[in-house]
Design a protein around this ligand. Structure first.
Ligand code: HAM
Length: 420
């Protein structure tokens, strides 16, 4: 039997109420901040991600689904959205239509990581990108929106970590200092970190290896090296967050795994989901638009993993999705009424009611079981003595009240259901 590829998941009908719940919260929070939805292609030219995310990052060097298409072009299933959104922003000159573009998305992403709880190969992110302003309000807004969405889902066990990476010139200065600090202990570093000393030294802070942690414990911190302007910018972000009631902590070792960041970076982690605890991450990327061939326009954004959030919600039992139901189930009390039942169902459906009926020639008892399973608010009984007398019976399943209607009087049946 062919099974789903490891690290991919079916979202079954029973899972949908939770997904819809989270999607409706995402949409309403982004709308309140006037972000507009954007949808970009699932695959892009490989070069976009290599340039945008950075060749030496784990995502680009190890995790991308990259393949030549039939004409030999190298394509990649998007591992994240920011690069694609920026490509689209440049391609369509969105800056000419709007000085500040506030965009959001909800979409599947693909990374060939080792699957485990909260880590998938196809996963879904929601996120936002604001292109066109360097104002600290937007940095703070990203964190506020992410936090508000998680809080609206009832999540409690959350920590907001923020940091500033400053601008590349001060970062280069700092990288030299960090290298000087780490080189005497080079032999004690893990293999991965030894490689990173040359390729991506800041990422050594992300290592979970004990020996690396020991060596980075007293390392100089980037925040002590960043320029005055970046410090002021960061100070303002902190003030806005404090004013917005967001509990945050400063994590000077928060470096994130993508190369495009400048200034603010942040993550929100959950204490309820084990090792894959980052529910969302983001930051400012003031050089990315230019690096990808566009104008010199700053940006800031974040993205959040929906499967990981749902895992946290399950573990905290943070919400119970409203059960799905229908308005009406039509029960046929005898054979031979299919044509009437189907026509009535169709008339109600075309008026906008959610209606179901029996397609399996089942007994009345089995049809009633189905009506209950479908969580139907009303049942319309068609057949028996009443039908011989040209009537049908509508039962309100909540209070048990029953009313007879002339069988042609679908309009009044409709109104009766609609009013409840
Ligand atoms: P990221 O930190 O790579 O950032 O991913 C953001 C979130 O996506 C993570 O915090 C996590 O919740 C989820 N995620 C990542 N990988 C997986 C996976 N394999 N399985 C399940 N969930 C996962 C970005 O993607 C940036 N584009 C964020 C950003 C937007 N920065 C600026 N704008």
């Amino acid at each position: 039997m062919i099974k789903a590829v490891p690290g991919t998941r079916d979202i079954l009908p029973g899972d949908i109420p939770s997904w819809k719940h989270i999607e409706s919260i995402i949409e309403s929070v982004f709308s309140r901040f006037n972000y507009k939805e954007i949808r970009t292609p699932v695959f892009e030219e490989t070069a976009l991600f290599a340039r945008g995310i950075g060749e030496s990052t784990d995502i680009v060097s190890k995790e991308m689904y990259t393949f030549p298409d039939r004409s030999g072009d190298s394509l990649t299933l998007r591992p994240e959205m920011t690069a694609g959104v920026v490509r689209s922003f440049i391609e369509h000159s969105l800056d000419k239509k709007q000085n500040l573009n506030k965009l959001y998305y909800v979409a599947p992403m693909f990374r060939q990581e080792r699957p485990q709880a909260g880590r998938l190969r196809q996963f879904h992110q929601f996120g936002a990108e604001a292109l066109g302003s360097n104002d600290s309000m937007l940095d703070a807004e990203m964190i506020i929106m992410a936090f508000d969405i998680l809080a609206a889902l009832g999540l409690k066990n959350l920590t907001v970590k923020i940091n500033s990476l400053g601008v590349p010139s001060s970062r280069e200065e700092y990288k030299k200092k960090l290298k000087e600090h780490l080189l005497p202990g080079f032999d004690k570093l893990s293999n991965e970190s030894r490689k990173r000393i040359e390729t991506n030294i800041l990422r050594i802070f992300d290592s979970k290896e004990e020996q690396d942690r020991e060596l980075t414990k007293d390392a100089p911190l980037l925040i002590d090296y960043i320029d005055e302007e970046s410090l002021l910018h960061f100070q303002k972000v902190k003030e806005i967050l404090a004013g917005a009631g967001i509990p945050f902590e400063i994590d000077p070792k928060l470096v994130r795994g993508i190369d495009y960041y400048t200034n603010t970076t942040f993550e929100i982690v959950s204490g309820s989901v084990g090792s894959q605890s980052a529910l969302c991450g983001g930051g400012r990327y003031n050089l990315l638009v230019k690096e990808l061939g566009g104008p010199d326009i700053p940006g800031v954004g974040f993205a959040s993993g929906i499967e990981r959030i749902l895992l946290a919600c399950e573990n905290e039992k943070s919400f119970v999705p409203a059960p799905e139901g229908i308005d009406l189930f039509i029960v046929a009390l005898q054979k031979g009424l299919d044509s009437f039942v189907y026509k009535a169902a169709l008339a109600f459906r075309r008026r906008g009611l959610n209606v179901d009926l029996d397609y399996l020639g089942r007994s009345v008892k089995a049809q009633m079981r189905e009506a209950n399973k479908s969580n139907s608010e009303f049942v319309l009984f068609v057949g028996g003595e009443e039908f011989d007398g040209n009537e049908v019976v509508l039962k309100n399943m909540k209070d048990g009240n029953q009313f007879n209607f002339a069988k042609e009087d679908l309009e009044n049946i409709y109104l009766n259901i609609k009013e409840k």
